[in-house]
Write a protein of this length. Structure first.
Ligand code: S3P
Length: 433
């Protein structure tokens, strides 16, 4: 993982049309529901990034037949009640979504015993936020450490419904409980104070589960079996965000994204760009399998600072590193708060973003739950560490559009986790002026 990549796009404007790869969150859930359901599921637009490939590998070990040709996936499953007991450990790699959602799924499955593992980063990330409510439902989950970190062993048991108020605004926690609730006796309720991404609810409903959601209260009634469906995955707004910011950073730029996921629980980046003075134009919206998509054009304008907090945070949690870079070029002080979840992502993203942007000369300070950024500051080049975190790697690459010297990215290969064609797309949308 020690590879270095040096790039410099400082004489480029950002322009053209782009269809970014499929949404990571939706791709995971399409594989999961297609494997839980009995029969055939066909997925188009699947993200073939490392994280989603780990999810496919896990279901193959559970006896589900999955064939992938590029971004098209065919699943033929015997249904969750007929999965086999895996003979190997289930490796989630770097993927928090795979690990946490699999805990909920396996808790309600009839697989006698399975062990879930992950890479070094994932093995340090908190799992107790999921194991606690699952154990309250009757799940049998054990770990060899006293912190409930991976590896975790899940054994078959009978599950009963729970009424749970989620203390963290986390879609992964909510989803794990809803998946467990799908095979628990009674009606499970998850309450959230701040609404998190709702892809699980949308996908459950598409596959025919009895799920209802209103005013931050989501309920699911257990016991009914699901059958396979077709799923279309729109482009990932969290991936597009890097090129949206690229266009917002360079005067004269304008970029259009087609087939872009616009689920309102994910589109906070568009609100922030607008609040910062950037031109944002959304067209051709439509809904497929509960997921909105459309065409979005982002054009450069003079940047003003903003405050990002409260209910907006879960709607753009993964975009905060690249938003921090953008804020270094706004005239004034941008404040990001209520985002302590950033500290338990693939790396501590508050510490990592602050360190790496400071190296370039940014005026940025870390707070307990966010960052304060004073702009505008000219950025110099240098070596930036990705910390093995895909979103930090992409932030470093986009910084090279405005730095005076080249940027060398440490471990740029980690970008394959969510955006394997990132550098090709960056090349395509940048034109030397
Ligand atoms: C995800 C939820 C978010 C997000 C992650 C993907 C999901 O995590 O950061 O990249 O697919 O459910 P949390 O639920 O922990 O906030």
């Amino acid at each position: 993982m020690g590879n270095l990549k040096t790039i410099h796009y400082n004489k480029s404007i950002v322009s053209g049309k782009l269809e970014v790869p499929g949404d990571k969150s939706i791709s995971h859930r399409a594989i999961m529901l297609g494997s839980i359901a009995e029969g055939k599921t066909k997925i188009s637009g699947f993200l073939d990034g490392e994280d989603c490939l780990r999810t496919i590998d896990i279901f193959k070990l559970l006896g589900v037949s999955i064939e992938r040709v590029g971004t098209d996936v065919s699943i033929e499953s015997p249904g969750i009640n007929n999965w086999k007991t895996p003979t190997e450990e289930l490796y989630a790699g770097n993927s928090g979504t795979t690990a946490r959602l699999m805990l909920g799924i396996l808790a309600g499955a009839k697989v006698s015993s399975a062990v879930l593992t992950g890479d070094e980063s994932l093995s340090a990330r908190p799992m107790d936020r999921v194991t606690k409510p699952l154990r309250a439902m009757g799940a049998s989950i054990s770990s060899e450490n006293d912190k409930d970190l991976l590896p975790l062993k899940i054994e078959a048991g009978s599950m009963t419904a729970i009424d749970y108020t989620n203390p963290v605004a986390s879609a992964q926690v909510k989803s794990a409980i809803l998946f467990a609730g799908l095979h628990a006796e009674g009606t499970t309720i998850v309450r959230e104070n701040t609404v998190s991404r709702d892809h699980t609810e949308q996908m459950l409903s598409h596959f025919g589960a009895k799920v209802h959601s209103s005013n931050g209260e989501i309920s699911i009634t257990g016991g009914n079996s699901l059958t396979g469906k077709d799923v279309h995955v729109p482009g990932d707004i969290s991936s597009a965000a890097f090129f949206m910011v690229a266009a917002a950073l360079v005067e004269g730029s304008s970029i259009t994204f087609t087939n872009l996921g616009l689920n309102p629980t994910r589109s906070g980046i568009l609100d922030v760009l607008q609040n910062m003075g950037v031109d944002v134009n959304v067209m051709n919206e439509s809904d497929v399998n509960g997921e909105r998509s459309g065409t979005v054009t982002i054009a450069y304008n003079k940047l003003i600072p903003t405050e990002i907090s409260g209910a907006l945070i879960p709607r753009l949690i993964d975009e905060l590193p690249i938003i921090a870079l953008l804020a270094t070029q706004a005239a004034g002080t941008t404040i990001i708060k209520d985002a302590s979840e950033l500290r338990v992502k693939e790396t501590d993203r508050i510490a990592a973003v602050t360190n790496e942007l400071s190296k370039l000369g940014a005026n940025i300070e870390a707070t307990v739950d966010g960052m304060i950024i004073h702009g505008p500051t000219a950025l110099r080049g240098g070596t930036m560490d990705s910390y093995g975190d895909h979103r930090l790697g992409m932030m470093a690459a986009i910084a090279s559009l405005i730095t005076t010297e080249p940027i060398t990215i440490k471990d740029s290969a980690c970008i394959d986790i969510s955006y394997p064609t990132f550098f090709e797309d960056l090349e395509e949308i940048t034109r030397v002026f």
